[in-house]
Design a protein around this ligand. Sequence first.
Ligand code: TYD
Length: 209
Amino acid sequence: MTRGRFITLEGLDGAGKSTHLDWLVARLRSRGHVVVQTREPGGTPLGEKLRALLLAEPMHLETEALLMFAARREHLARVIEPALDRGDWVVCDRFTDASFAYQGGGRGLAREKLALLEQWVQGEAADGLRLQPDMTLLFDVPTELARRRILGMDRALDRFEQEQGEFFERVRAEYLRRAENSRGRIRIVDATGAIDKIQQSLEEIIATL
Ligand code: TYD
């Protein structure tokens, strides 16, 4: 049995990630893959409870990071690993890159602490490599555009979306820094253009999997 592929989607709030997520999952299914679509924080009953806390309750930044990784541990054990072992593909809306970008870049938590949590939770695979996504699509837009989209939405903003512009500049910078250091895995998708153009570049990227 071939292990499935693990694909994650990342980007600023307002980058348009959710629109492309549904399209991508439908596209992979039409190619005959069994696809598990999931998200972080969340993806399990406990994880969704942690998500509700994380998006609403004020908390210390280390508590925030620990809860993100606690939810991730549950998600990996109960959903992601079993699916990949069955040969299913997993498409996850955000994963560990978001912790480095938001808790690290945005909130200023030391990268070393996040790296320790990553090692703990994602462990060491049999070949000595940590479990990492096979591919990460980073939907990149300038911060001002992402902000305009978020502020134009007709719903209440969560605890992250309520942050100020400089927070998102730091989040974006950290995402781009990680993309620079993980060129094989993280693919930057210019998400400023028309939807069909973006889908065309996604098509080219997934063809390489
Ligand atoms: P998001 O994925 O944007 O969901 P929605 O589209 O429903 O708004 O929201 C999740 C928020 O959680 C987002 O603002 C980023 C944040 N987040 C972190 O700060 N660290 C993490 O590790 C993860 C997975 C998410």
